[in-house]
Design a protein around this ligand. Structure first.
Ligand SMILES: NC(=O)c1ccc[n+]([C@@H]2O[C@H](COP(=O)([O-])OP(=O)(O)OC[C@H]3O[C@@H](n4cnc5c(N)ncnc54)[C@H](OP(=O)(O)O)[C@@H]3O)[C@@H](O)[C@H]2O)c1
Length: 179
């Protein structure tokens, strides 16, 4: 039996995230979205709405559990769209960012998507062979070269670090059909 196509969008804000969610819904996917402000239940569009603070990576597995409970299927497509940056409090001084903010942004930009990818693969292993699956991470240009722009410090650190583990994981898992 073919698996239900289910898309989980982690961080579905009004710009990229909302459009991606709509696109999957219009392509026949059941959709779950996360936001720090979610109140549970369904969104106006009928998407499963989950509350998530992605600065806390250990809360990510419960989001996958909630999707499975709702749709009787793990997400077949996972889109990690959330991102965060902290402008340096001292203008032009990238080393003035408080450690707690640096760590929190790194969790949102790198560690939580890593946990999400672990969860995605664990779910896909339970699906019928040949099910179309994908892990999509919304990137930007910051992992291609170091742009000396202080306001982008934590965003660039996070995108670069995530690009590395995604590249390694892609090479390791694509032979099993996982991208
Ligand atoms: N906008 C651009 O010009 C642009 C350009 C290149 C790349 N990108 C990339 O595209 C992605 C989306 O950016 P966007 O600007 O279009 O924003 P967006 O899709 O409108 O929403 C960003 C999402 O990040 C989430 N987020 C931030 N901190 C979070 C936290 N602690 N816990 C949970 N969620 C958190 C927000 O969740 P809440 O609902 O809780 O606020 C929001 O859903 C990002 O990865 C960004 O780097 C954007």
């Amino acid at each position: 039996m073919a698996a239900t196509p289910v898309a989980l969008i982690l961080g579905s804000g009004p710009r990229v995230g909302a459009s991606v969610a709509q696109k999957f819904a219009s392509s026949g996917y059941k959709v779950a979205v996360t936001s720090r402000n979610a109140t549970g239940g369904k969104t106006a569009e009928g998407f499963l709405s989950l509350k998530a603070d992605l600065s806390k990576p250990d809360t990510v597995p419960a989001l996958f559990d909630a999707v499975k409970a709702e749709f009787q299927s793990p997400p077949t497509v996972v889109v990690y769209n959330a991102a965060a940056l902290t402008p340096p409090p001292e203008e032009g001084a990238p080393l003035s960012i408080p450690t707690e903010s640096f760590t929190s942004d790194l969790n949102i930009n790198t560690v939580s998507p890593y946990v999400a990818a672990q969860q995605a693969i664990a779910g896909w292993e339970t699906l019928p062979k040949g099910t179309k699956t994908a892990f999509i991470f919304t990137g930007n240009i910051l992992n291609t070269a170091v742009k000396p722009v202080p306001v982008f410090t934590t965003l660039g650190v996070g995108k670069s670090a995530a690009a590395f583990w995604i590249g390694v994981a892609d090479a390791a898992y694509s032979a099993r059909g996982y991208r």
